[in-house]
Design a protein. Structure first.
Lengths: 199, 567
């Protein structure tokens, strides 16, 4: 444990002891919170850098997963995309711990490669951007599975991956900033609602 | 059993469970001078280590989804420990045709570490249910008996609210409420339009300092547990003063197995499994307070068999485990386009609703008995797992459009939850499963559960009301519920609202009730039950505040009886 985490614990303990023993506190919770954020951030920065080693997916499948995450939530003029937000790592971690996810995603990626091989004699990653778009446009919409039953597994896979990609993105720092969420901080008073715009 | 380790020490009282009821009992009894041993089935809680206050999702590797994405089953990874519907090695069963879900929390403070902090008084009429409509039974006590204890509890734990003079929702000793959020203003305006009462809520969260506890810092995360104890939990507000008296002995990891009956017909102690060593131990006490949660206490009584009580301790009436109810619950949500235009702002507030809708149709004839209240929330909350599941279902595709739509709809949803009164019925109860034991060798509960037409009609009314409010606010109601099947009108499965009560109810007649009006067993004078089990009815007020008021009153009575030598 670093010195920092001891300090963090101490500052939080001070708060807790103050709370139950009735002492007048010199430190306000906002400061403690700010400090805690700082420490977590520093601990992360201190962890060994380098390329992420997937916990569940093969390197081929992980590359596919990363490509798909990037296509589902790309970078735009306002914010970075799902890959920058760490969605592939998040999905890999959950999948390594859940057999249902392993079937749905591991199997789903295999299914996608098979579809691409049938149609274009290439696995997904070796397809042209136009070919990739063509298959994704097939499995990104439920109505396509109604017309062509052979697509239904792919549609289910894509919907699941899309959900997880959104979860990964919108729980990240950049995803939360993208929504302009303001909060998770300690305030002395709650300001209430700013003037409501006309309905 | 030769390996039973007997503690020679004699305590005045053994309290089983450290939640709302047990914590209150421990405080009142130790401050009254009694030596108390408190058995808690879980570990101690260490707020600064165990609570995830002010953490961001990205500070956790699982982002709030939990290992394998499973935390969603238990309200997410941020929830204060250790509540769960399923505990490894500690099962329960449902009888064929029933599906009851039992949420338990094995840790000091129990479910009060993460509860919703909704602290509503029962109304005078809630104690006179049979007189009112012929259903169920009246309580052996009245609102006036309990009111001084509501005062004591509220003053001590800190509850915000406003005096409103609504007959279904009595006023209490309130701290000032927090300012309304935007969602509150919109719902309030819609309610005014269609004649529904909407008032500041009553939550056990400090808006001013009380007894040295810091006021709320408005991070909106009470369910995670509060490091500054600015909301109420038994572990941080009831247990510390009891500890301070020097008269409380806390035993954690102690799974109570049986209340032991002496030759004189009185309880003489409790035998428990020490989870760490898997050995059976025993404590001796002059009185026993069961506060393990309504169903866990019923289980203990039913498992405490003797020649005098072959059907379980204090169960000559045969009603232990009977009269089980949960709240009627049905939820819904809608989108409010007006909220799309709101500038980004801090919407967190306290960890719960700032306003709510108390039961408002008490002045007219309805097609179901009793009533319900409505909790609501939404708006610009901290984004989390599943944030856009509904949007993604509605709008397919991929790419830049997903982000654009997410920005547009974020913070525009308002969710509503109806919480209403269930009438006890003969098909709803718990009993000991004849076959299954838990990993500690203790026979487990088997649940029987059935909603009647009363509750289903109430859920229907909830759905209609949610829609009416959302539409009056210019919004689009999104929830669709079936009119039949397993969950007609979205009615939650039994147990899901986590308001299970009634399994050792109080009553004047020992033939039909387990306890007297002081939560004291009719059959065994030194046995008390101080959790949700004594409740005769389960009105739409959420039980925790009443559990504490009853426990406070019963504990004062116990102190008095102990002084008189009557136990």
């Amino acid at each position: 444990m670093s010195e920092n985490s001891v300090t963090r614990r101490d500052i939080l303990r001070t708060l807790a002891i103050g709370a139950v023993s009735g002492s007048v506190l010199q430190v306000i919770p906002a400061k403690a919170a700010e400090y805690a954020h700082h420490v977590v951030h520093n601990e992360k920065a201190a962890s060994p850098a380098g390329k992420y080693v997937p916990k569940y997916f093969s390197s081929h499948q992980y590359e596919m997963l990363t490509t798909l995450c990037d296509i589902i939530i790309p970078k735009d003029e306002k914010s970075g995309g799902a890959v920058e937000a760490g969605a592939p790592e998040f999905i890999d971690l959950l999948t390594s711990e859940n057999e249902e996810y392993q079937l749905a995603l591991g199997g789903g990626l295999q299914w996608l490669d098979s579809l691409c091989s049938d149609r274009y004699s290439n696995v997904f990653l070796d397809c042209t951007p136009e070919q990739r778009k063509e298959v994704l446009d097939l499995i990104a919409f439920r109505k396509n599975a109604k017309q062509d039953l052979t697509l239904s597994q792919g549609v289910a896979f894509f919907a699941f991956l899309r959900r997880l990609t959104c979860d990964g993105f919108y729980t990240s720092k950049i995803g939360i900033a993208d929504l302009q969420y303001i909060g998770n901080t300690a305030l002395r008073e709650f300001p209430g609602c700013p003037p409501l715009p006309e309905a | 059993m030769s390996q039973v380790i007997r503690s020679p020490k004699m305590y005045d009282v053994c309290v089983i469970g450290s939640g709302a009821g047990g914590g209150t009992a421990a405080k009142v009894l130790t401050e009254g001078g009694l030596n108390v041993v408190l058995l808690e089935a879980g570990p101690p809680v260490t707020p600064e280590k165990d609570f995830k206050m002010l953490m961001w999702p990205y500070e956790l590797p699982h982002r709030g989804a939990g290992v394998g994405g499973h935390a969603g089953e238990n309200f997410g990874e941020f929830l204060a420990p250790n509540g769960a519907w399923n505990i490894e090695g500690e099962p329960y069963t449902s009888a064929s045709g029933s599906n009851f879900q039992w949420f338990r929390s094995r840790i000091v403070g129990g479910r009060t570490n993460h509860w919703g902090r909704i602290a509503l008084r029962f109304a005078p009429i809630d104690f006179k249910s049979a007189t009112r409509d012929g259903l169920g039974d009246d309580w052996p006590i009245t609102y006036d008996d309990l009111a001084p204890y509501y005062d004591k509890v509220e003053s001590y734990i800190g509850v915000f609210g406003t005096r409103e003079n609504v007959s279904s929702a009595p006023d209490g000793m309130f701290l000032p409420p927090p300012k309304p959020r935007c969602t509150d203003l919109i719902v309030k305006k819609a309610c005014d339009k269609i004649g529904i009462i909407c008032i500041p809520s009553r939550l056990a969260i400090l808006t001013r300092s009380v007894n040295g506890r810091l006021p709320c810092h408005y991070c909106g995360q009470c369910g995670r547990g509060c490091v500054t104890a600015s909301n109420f939990s038994s572990s941080q507000v009831m247990i510390p003063p009891a500890m301070k008296t020097g008269k409380l002995t806390m035993v954690t990891g102690a799974m109570a197995r049986e209340v032991l009956l002496g030759k004189d017909g009185k309880a003489e102690g409790v035998s428990y499994i020490d989870k760490a060593t898997r050995t059976e131990k025993r404590v001796n006490a002059r009185a026993v307070v069961l506060a393990a949660s309504a169903c866990e206490s019923a289980r203990l009584l039913l498992n405490s068999k003797s020649s005098q009580f072959p059907n379980g301790l204090a169960n000559s009436s045969g009603t232990v485990g009977r009269y089980l109810t949960d709240s009627v619950g049905s939820d819904g949500w809608g989108i409010i386009p007006q909220l799309e235009k709101m500038p980004p702002h801090n919407h967190d507030g306290v960890g719960g609703m700032h306003m709510y809708i108390p039961w408002w149709k008490f002045d007219r004839k309805n097609d179901f008995p009793r009533g319900y209240h409505i909790e609501f929330g939404g708006g610009r909350e901290m984004p989390g797992i599943g944030e856009f599941n509904d949007l993604l279902h509605e709008e397919e595709g991929y790419g830049a459009s997903v982000k654009k739509r997410a920005r547009q709809v974020y913070g525009t949803g308002i969710g509503m939850a109806g919480r209403g009164e269930m009438i006890p019925n003969p098909d709803t109860y718990c009993e000991i499963d004849p076959i299954v034991v838990d990993k500690w060798g203790i026979p487990v509960l088997r649940f029987h559960f059935k909603w009647s037409e009363y509750e289903i009609r109430q859920a229907k009314d909830m759905q209609e009301t949610f829609r009416a409010i959302i539409e009056a606010a210019g919004g689009e109601y999104k929830t669709k519920t079936p009119i039949s099947g397993q969950r007609p009108f979205g009615i939650a499965e039994g147990g899901k609202i986590i308001h299970e009560v009634g399994t050792a109810r109080m009553g004047a007649d020992p033939k039909s009730a387990v306890l007297n009006g002081y939560c004291q067993a009719h059959d065994v004078k030194n046995v008390f039950v101080m959790d949700g089990a004594p409740l005769v009815t389960n009105p739409d007020k959420n039980p925790t505040l009443t559990i504490m008021a009853l426990a406070w009153r019963a504990s004062e009575y116990l102190l008095d009886e102990a002084k008189k030598g009557n136990l």
